[in-house]
Ligand binder design. Structure first.
Ligand code: ZN
Ligand code: ZN
Length: 365
């Protein structure tokens, strides 16, 4: 049985995890500054820069002219509407006055007023003509506006055609830019990934592993956040392809890890209980027991009336025993008896293996 971890070691472990994350955060910050500046090496070109420049400029000039013309015409239309309303009001007032005058004339029957009738009628007709003229001018302006609107839609159709003709070249340019940005990011990220792989493979047991771990976290972040989203899509082929490759690689390593674990367990379980017990870390064993798992074979510990049995039913690992000093029933992985302080580290001798009490029977709980 190995010695349990001391409290400063636990604190050290927590502090080093914090240090790993802070180190990773600093590396990520530095890396993102570098990567943020990468797309700037590309000058951004718009769709219009790929279109027929002269034709585009001409169409744009025409569109601007038409826009100015139509805005002048709309202002004129407003003025004409105001004039028409004024002429209509004049005519209505004159008509009303005329009706009143005619009514008075019927009452007085004044024949000498005939010349005045003619004059008044002429005045009314002049007003009506003014209304007609105002309406005609308004209609003319409306017609001009309609014609310019048609011309505008022709020009915008021409612009759309010019842009549509430029689109294939523009898309090719954009894909090229995406690919170059991705390759630049890959050039920065790939060395980090390779270094991380080396660190993972060689420095897991090193005292400086917490710092290496910070580097590994930072490069994993760089890969998944700074590189993967910039994978050129090509209609999704590349992204799904990379996803499939990553899953195959991850699956391969997980399967291999599981096979190695099962192989290790098989070899371990073939050894004697004493040897296995010595190879298990005390802290790990106590944690596993707390979770109801056998520290020897990682299978669930069998319970009898809600109490864990003294031996694992699957691999025979001794889980509980009597203290050799005072006889108190205790967890076998406690180095010293909780009741009398007896050193129980040597208790797991071959004589007690598999036959823990004097009668050769497992100790009842
Ligand atoms: Zn077991
Ligand atoms: Zn004791």
């Amino acid at each position: 049985m190995s010695q349990p971890i001391r409290r400063p070691q636990r604190v050290y472990s927590v502090v080093m995890w914090i240090l790993s994350f802070v180190f990773a955060a600093c590396l990520i910050g530095l890396g993102s500054l570098v990567i943020r500046d990468l797309p700037r090496v590309e000058t951004h070109r718009s769709l219009d820069s790929f279109a027929d420049h002269a034709a585009l400029e001409q169409a744009r000039g025409e569109a601007d002219e038409l826009r100015l013309e139509i805005s002048d015409l709309r202002r004129l239309q407003e003025d004409e509407r105001t004039d028409l309303r004024a002429a209509q009001n004049d005519y209505e007032v004159a008509l009303e006055n005329h009706s009143v005058w005619l009514a008075n004339r019927v009452v007085t029957e004044a024949d000498e007023q005939n010349p005045e009738i003619i004059a008044r009628t002429e005045m009314l007709e002049a007003r009506r003509d003014a209304v007609r003229a105002a309406q005609a001018e308004l209609d003319a302006v409306g017609l001009s506006i309609t014609q310019i609107e048609r011309a505008q839609s022709d020009v915008s159709a021409e612009l759309s055609e010019l842009r549509a003709a430029a689109r294939p070249e523009y898309e090719a340019y954009r894909q090229g830019v995406q690919m170059r940005v991705f390759l630049l990011r890959l050039a920065v990220t790939l060395p980090l990934l390779i270094i991380s792989g080396v660190l993972l493979a060689r420095f897991r047991q090193s005292n400086y592993w917490p710092l290496c771990r910070g580097f590994v976290i930072a490069s994993a972040f760089a890969f998944f956040v700074e590189l993967v989203p910039y994978l050129p899509s090509y209609g999704g082929y590349v992204r799904y392809g990379v996803g499939i490759v990553l899953i195959l690689i991850a699956g391969h390593f997980i399967i291999r890890a599981m096979m190695r674990y099962l192989e290790r367990q098989k070899v371990a379980e073939a050894r004697s209980e004493i040897e296995r017990r010595k190879s298990i870390e005390n802290d790990v064993a106590l944690k596993k027991l707390e979770a109801g798992t056998c520290p020897g074979c990682d299978r669930p510990v069998v319970t009898k009336d809600g109490v864990q049995t003294d031996f694992c039913a699957h691999c025979g690992m001794k889980l509980n025993e009597d203290c050799a000093g005072c006889g108190t029933h205790k967890i076998a992985f406690h180095n010293f008896c909780l009741a009398c302080g007896h050193d129980c580290r040597d208790q797991a001798d071959p004589a007690s293996n598999g036959a823990p009490d004097d009668h050769g029977l497992p100790v009842p709980v």
